[in-house]
Design a protein. Structure first.
Length: 138
């Protein structure tokens, strides 16, 4: 059975790159450019996995992850983000926040195709309830 993946990322070049890689690997994909479109697709279709960017215009990925986790706790979510804040105080780590909200795995952009596929494979095998950290650590 071919896995179905929802990709939610406001950067069309990242969405296209992930979409192309996953199609090449035999996955069915749906791309959404924002949290609203992602939520609409998530509510309309069944997905085996969600790739969710954290920072997007409008609703952010953190609230979307939290909502998806409440409504479909068994669907693994991989949070992705490239945004880093430089502060003099404690660093805000939004990927850690995503994990606390229910993301099964996280990837910091830029990530390699191998890192992405490793995270996806681990999450599809292990499921949402487990920590899917088979990807390379940064």
């Amino acid at each position: 059975m071919t896995a179905s993946v929802l990709i939610v990322d406001d950067d069309p070049s990242i969405g296209a790159a992930i979409n192309t890689l996953l199609h090449y690997r035999g996955y069915r994909t749906t791309y959404a450019a924002d949290a609203s479109s992602g939520t609409e697709a998530f509510n309309k279709y069944a997905f085996d996995l969600v790739l969710a960017d954290i920072f997007m215009p409008g609703e952010n990925g953190l609230s979307m992850i939290s909502r998806f986790r409440r409504t479909s706790p068994l669907v693994p979510i991989i949070a992705i983000s490239g945004l880093r804040f430089r502060t003099d105080g404690p660093r805000l780590d939004f990927l850690t926040m995503a994990r606390k909200l229910g993301a099964a795995s996280v990837l910091r952009k830029p990530f390699s195709p191998m890192e992405l596929m490793s995270a996806i494979d681990a999450c599809l095998v292990q499921g949402a309830a487990l920590d899917c950290t088979a990807q390379l650590k940064r």
